[in-house]
Design a protein around this ligand. Sequence first.
Ligand code: FMN
Length: 211
Amino acid sequence: MNTSQLESLLNWRYAVRKFSEQTIAQDKVDKLIELTGLSASAFGLQPYKIIQISKQSIKKALLPHSYGQQKVLDNSHLLVFAADMSPLDSQVERYIQDFKANRNLDELVYAQMELGMKDALHTMDCASQYSWCSEQAHLALGTLLLVAASMEIDVCPMTGIDKVAYDDVLGLSSLNLRTVLIAPIGIRDSTDVNANTSKVRKSRDLLHIEV
Ligand SMILES: Cc1cc2nc3c(=O)[nH]c(=O)nc-3n(C[C@H](O)[C@H](O)[C@H](O)COP(=O)(O)O)c2cc1C
């Protein structure tokens, strides 16, 4: 894909407020999630999970915790990005195992990597782990928005929800997960108020400084 094609995609996508009744095929959703998994993340740990909610009954239970945002119910699939709150040491150990399976390096290198990662992460308390995991999840969201656009899938990235209530409804604490953001996906409805509106963005002067 060249830059002008990428620019078209960035202009094509927008945060959809109203989805049509069309459903996205599961194999497309699978591809979207697979490619989102290629996002960069600190240390490569990807400390989040993407939960797919297909059942209307669960979406209905989440709606009262979404500040009246009906698109939480009316979409093809609802994705929830959740921070992985399991012990960071165990996340590092899992990563090192995967790393070993992919690379052919001296054992000492893996041991040093593991020590270095654990050392860098060991000061995190629960609040800072959640905040750090959230940053990584937001990076993945950026990838998801772009990949979705390339597949003509619409998305509304959302943090305007009661995350604690989402955790309760989805039973996330027993899985060591905490809600970060959600992304309803589907196909834009032709009556969506936000369809065909122009982008509101900072001018280059406000966005960029040179020092
Ligand atoms: C992290 C994040 C959270 C957002 N939360 C909401 C939300 O709760 N409800 C909503 O309608 N839009 C939400 N948006 C969409 C933004 O309002 C939208 O991306 C922004 O106005 C730029 O417009 P565009 O994405 O249509 O180009 C969110 C976007 C991001 C990136």
